[in-house]
Ligand binder design. Sequence first.
Ligand code: GDP
Length: 477
Amino acid sequence: KKKLHSAGFEHEDKLLGGLLSSRFDQDSCLSRYESASFRKESPYKPSSDLISKLRRYEALHKRCGPYTESYNRTVAKLSSGEMIGEPSDCNYLIWVSFSGLGNRILTLGSAFVYALLTDRVLLVDRGADMDDLFCEPFPEVSWLLPLDFPIYDQFNKLNQKSPECFGNIVSNNSSSSSSSKSGFVYLHLVHDYDANDKLFFCDQDQSFLQKTPWLIMKSDNYFIPSLFLMPSFEQELLTLFPDQQTVFHFIGRYLFFPTNPIWGLITRYYKSYLSQSDEIIGIQVRVFDTRVGPFQYVLDQILACSFRNNILPEINPNESFATPTNSNSKAVVLTSLSSGYFENIRDMYWEHPTVTGEVIQVFQPSHEGYQQTEKKTHNRKAWAEMYLLSLTDKLITSSWSTFGYVAQSLGGLTPWILYKPENETTPNPACIRAMSIEPCFHAPPFFDCKKRSGIDTGDVVPHVRHCEDMSWGLKLV
Ligand code: GDP
C-alpha cells in the first residue's frame, strides 16, 4: 500500500465526484486542485441532488452576491428601514465570525446548509482572518460581506437582548414590529441561547423569517442535526444527503479550502514527515484544563487507547536492542497546545523497541501553549493542523473538541474519541470508536414543537442520536 510518490495518491477525481465547480482559476487556490492527491479516494459519493443544488446555489450567489444589482437594491432597503413583508428577489444570511477556528468552520458549514434550504445567499463576516484562511468557495462572486455594509459596526453589539433578536421577537409575538424598524433579524444560536431563541428549530416560528431579506447569525454550534428534525427541511435534507453521516464531509470539502500560504504549511509538512511511511496516525490532544500540563493521566489515556485498538504497537520494555523484524513504519502526527505528550511518546519509541518490530516516528507541528484566536499566524497553524489530521489513515480525537470534529469529517475518518477524563483519572475504557464521521451538536433543543413540551430529541429518528462524547449532544449517524 506504499504511496506512488511523495505527493500521495493518483486518481481521476479532482472535482470530488462533481462536488466542485470547474469554473475556477487554479492558481488562486492550489489546494482545490491538489488536495485530492493527498487523500485516498473517498468511499462517499455526493448525491446528484446535492451536486445540482450546489450548482443552483452558485448561480444564485452570482446573481445576488456583493455589489450585484440585486445586492445593492436590497442593501438600500436595509438603510431606508423599509422592510418585512416586502418580497425581495434576493435574501441573505450573514454569518458573523465568532469563537475558535474549529467552531467557526462548523457553524459556517451549518449556516451554508441553512442558506441552501431557505434559498438565501450566504455572506461571511471576514472577522480578523477568514479571508486569510479560506479560498473563495463560489466561482466569480465573493462570499465576503463588503466592509461598507451599512450595519457592519453593529455586529459586535448584537446579543440576546437586542430588539432584533429572533428570541425576543417571537416571545413578544410581535413578529414584525421591531425587526421592521431595523430591517433585519438577528439569530442568536450561541451555546447560552434560551428557550425562545431555540424556537428557531420549530417550523411554525421559522415562517416569519421568510419575510425578512436580512438574517444575521452568530453561533458556536454545529446545529445541522436539529434541522433534520424539522418537517419542513427533513425531506430535502434526506434527498441531498441519503447517507446522513456525510453532511459535513461534503459541505466541508466543498466550502473549506486552505489558501495558498496555508496549503504550503500543509504540503511541506506532509511531504517532509508523513508521506514516506506506510500508515499515518493522527492524534488530536485537546485538554480542557486551565493548567499547563502535560498530565500523566492524559498520556496514559492516549497510550491505552492506541494499544487497545491496535493503532500503535506496545513497546518491549525488557529488550533494549532488537533487530527490526518488520519493515513497516508508522508516522504519528500529534496536535496539541503543549508539547509534553509528543515528547513522551517520541522518547518512548526511541528508548524501546516495539513488540511488532515496526518503526514509529512521532511528530508535532506546533505547540502554541494556549488559544490565541486573535492572532493570524496562530489560526493559520490551527487550520493547517486540522487539515493535516484529516489526511491521516487513523485518527484519535478528544471529546468535546470541534478541532477534532473538523479533521474527522473532512477526512471521512471514523475516529476513536478519548473520553473526557473526570477527577484527573484515566477513563477506562480510554476511548470509544465513533458511530459516524459527523460532528456533535453540543447545545441542541429538547423541545417538541407540535406539543410545545419537552422531548428527547436524540430518540426521534434513527439517524439523529446522542453523541459518544457528550450525552446531551446530537449527531447524525
Ligand atoms: P475546540 O475549542 O477544541 O472546540 O476547538 P476550536 O478550534 O474552536 O478552538 C480551539 C482553538 O485553540 C483553536 O482554534 C486553536 O486556536 C487552538 N488550539 C487548540 N488545540 C490546538 C492544536 O492542537 N494546535 C493548534 N495549532 N492550535 C490549537
